[in-house]
Design a protein around this ligand. Structure first.
Ligand code: A2P
Length: 341
């Protein structure tokens, strides 16, 4: 049977990645594209300024964009790429009306009864869905994925937990596609670095504690790790690069860390969007690089290199695929596999 998928914020930078991720998907079929009043009523090709490297799929080109309204959207699952302030009210309306909401927005990520999930890291946190439905009385529910920089980093932190991970310092070099449609237009950043991305450092410092925390059946007990982040916007189109310094009580050698990354194989089973391997380890001294490595595993692979004493290393992943649309789709695939969608 086909699962009907809607996209909320379908015209934006992440919305377009949702369309790309769902094109020819074996389980999901796009049945609704929703955006602001500005776009509603127009065909998708007129409403959206398609910017991706692949062609705008014929199957969505002539679809009429509808308003972001549960009564106007025909779907079993809605993927949300809405601005966070707006997502707060809208996602609740959809969940209340019985939709499964797989959200890339930050609005609900840190709410205690809402799962914040990277399938390879904390699939068991989906148990919070029952807690959420009990508490809020919704027929549907909201599941979130983390911020793009968090997603690129945390699959490398998970295998370091076995060494007694105590503290993490991270400096990010983030692509402009993460700034949304307006950010992409502002290639004015060329020849520059902007050492500030509103709200980003707080997300990178708090979301991993929930993701790496333990679910006791009713709540998440946050991981006891200290994280310190500095986030920078750099003139790269796609792909976030992050330098990481990780302190562990057991002081593993770079070789032990490399082995732990190579052995990190969460084995989710046959999810269509699942990368294999999750972590790609490169030994060349000048990798990873966005232009060479961001499309590994259809953009879902995370590339790590420069593993040195300290422990220091560099990680890179596609911010709007692995870090956004692909992350929400992977969450929905897992929900389907678990019989929750
Ligand atoms: P629209 O293109 O009609 O403005 P981005 O992150 O790239 O800026 O994209 C934001 C997405 O969310 C777009 O699809 C945009 O639609 C949509 N959006 C933004 N604000 C609203 C709103 N107030 N109501 C509905 N959709 C919105």
């Amino acid at each position: 049977e086909v699962i009907k998928a809607g996209i909320l914020g379908a015209t934006g930078a992440v919305g377009q990645r949702f369309i790309q991720a769902l094109e020819n998907h074996p389980w999901f079929e796009i049945t609704s594209l929703a955006a602001s009043e500005r776009s509603a009523g127009k065909t998708y090709d007129k409403a959206a300024n398609w910017r991706l490297e692949s062609k705008l799929p014929d199957s969505v080109k002539d679809m009429k964009v509808v308003p972001v309204d549960p009564k106007k959207v025909d779907a079993d699952v809605v993927f949300s790429a809405l601005p966070s302030d707006y997502a707060k009210t809208v996602e609740a309306e959809f969940a209340k009306e019985g939709f499964v909401v797989a959200s890339n927005a930050s609005a609900y990520r840190m709410e205690k009864d809402v799962p914040l999930v990277i399938p390879e890291v904390n699939a068991d946190h989906l148990g919070l869905i029952d807690v959420q439905q009990d508490k809020r009385g919704w027929d549907g529910y909201i599941v979130t994925n983390p911020n793009c920089s968090t997603i690129v980093m945390v699959p490398t932190l998970k295998p370091l937990m076995q060494f007694g991970l105590e503290s993490v310092t991270v400096a990010t070099m983030q692509a402009i596609s993460g700034a949304g449609y307006d950010g992409i237009a502002s290639m004015a950043i060329l020849d520059n670095v902007v050492p500030y991305i509103g709200g980003e450092e707080e997300k990178v410092e708090t979301e991993p504690l929930k993701l790496l925390g333990e679910f006791d059946g009713t709540k998440i007990i946050d991981a006891d790790i200290e994280i310190s982040a500095s986030c920078n916007r750099v003139p790269v189109m796609d792909g976030h690069t992050e330098n990481i310094w990780a302190k562990m009580t057991q002081n593993p050698t770079p070789e032990q860390v490399r082995e732990a990354f190579l052995n990190f194989n969460p084995g989710l089973g046959d999810l269509p969007t699942e990368p294999n391997p999750v972590l790609i380890v490169r030994d060349e001294p000048d990798r990873p690089q966005p232009r060479l490595d961001r499309n590994m595993g259809n953009g879902m692979g995370i590339t790590v290199g420069r593993i040195r004493e300290g422990i220091r290393y560099t990680v890179m992943g596609h911010n709007t695929v692995r870090g956004a649309a692909g992350a929400s789709v992977l969450n929905a695939e897992l929900l389907h596999k678990l019989g929750k969608l």
